[in-house]
Design a protein around this ligand. Structure first.
Ligand code: ATP
Ligand code: PAF
Ligand code: BAL
Length: 280
């Protein structure tokens, strides 16, 4: 079976990137936690359009999971991942825990501002500090020209873009559109946790976003639309964490469509927490 080349040390990664740079190549990084699906591969393809060499990092980052979350059962499929990346990426960076967090590790990126407040942060209060810290490390380890993130994790994309600007990290942060199943469900590694019945209900999340967006565009009052959307999700069997309208750029709360807006949702079906979002 063909497999992408791999390195698991910062030194190996830097050597590979340095040799490409010496040859005048542009380098892209696609950070992932593995269990790769077509959503991840679309980011790799986008990275390939933006650069000559593409590194995919695969690291299930413990610091972005709260103690009650699914770190230990998060899918780990490294062999299949490396096969999927063959011919598509140039290198997989697969650091072990000790490489990323050496003994005595004591530094965390701290976030503020509208992008990092509320939404996911209200339900996963330690999450973005863990994401920002590991992404800052990945960007400093690889020093790519560009890094590609999925719009599926829209708040993450905005938090990372803000952090990169604020810390003068040199990589350009690029967002790529959400890849969906035929029935509209956003691809996610966590979809595999859904039972058959839950999987049948799951596309309601995207349909509800579309319905709400259509009503907002037709000029209906945002609070009314949000309440109706939450009710529709609850009726379908979801436990809703949030359904919110935010400014598409800053993620500040908004009450209408004066500027480009984003509708974001997180809801649980049984033990599985799904997130999604669309432009309005
Ligand atoms: N359906 C998708 N379309 C486009 N990009 C995606 C999709 N799903 C995930 N990504 C992006 O892939 C990158 C890695 O995400 P991650 O490894 O967390 O995948 P995931 O399937 O979203 O997993 P999880 O269920 O844990 O959120 C992120 O930038 C994320 O936004
Ligand atoms: C960006 C990321 C790879 C950081 O661990 C993760 O949050 C993810 O997979 O979206
Ligand atoms: N895609 C974001 C990773 C997480 O949920 O931890």
């Amino acid at each position: 079976m063909d497999r992408v080349a791999t390195v698991d040390t910062v030194r190996g990664l830097r050597e590979a990137v340095a040799s490409w740079r010496a040859a005048g190549k542009r380098v892209a990084l696609v950070p992932t936690m593995g269990a790769l699906h077509e959503g991840h591969l679309s980011l790799v393809d986008r990275a390939r359009e933006l650069a000559d060499r593409v590194v995919v990092s695969i690291f299930v980052n413990p610091t972005q999971f709260a103690p009650n979350e699914d770190f230990s059962k998060y899918p780990r499929t490294l062999d299949e991942d490396c096969a999927k990346l063959a011919g598509r990426a140039d290198l997989a960076y697969t650091p072990l825990l000790e490489e990323m967090y050496p003994a005595g590790f004591a530094t965390t990126v701290s976030l503020a501002g509208p992008a990092a407040v509320g939404l996911e942060d209200a339900f996963r209060p330690t999450h973005f500090a863990g994401v920002a810290t590991v992404v800052a490390k990945l960007l400093l380890q690889a020093l790519p020209d560009v890094a590609v993130f999925g719009e599926k994790d829209y708040q993450q994309l905005k938090v990372v873009a803000r952090m990169a600007r604020d810390l003068d990290l040199t990589a350009e942060i690029v967002g790529a559109p959400t890849v969906r199943e035929a029935d509209g469900l956003a691809l996610s590694s966590r979809n595999r946790y859904l039972s058959q019945e839950e999987r049948a209900l799951a596309p309601t999340l995207y349909r509800t976003l579309q319905d709400c967006a259509a009503r907002l565009r037709a000029g209906e009052d945002a609070a009314t639309v949000m309440a109706a959307g939450e009710a529709a999700l609850a009726t379908a069997g979801f436990a809703v964490d949030y359904l919110a309208l935010r400014d598409a750029e800053t993620l500040a709360p908004v009450s209408g469509l004066a500027a480009p807006a984003r509708l974001l949702v997180a809801a649980r079906l049984g033990v599985t927490r799904l997130i999604d979002n669309i432009a309005v």
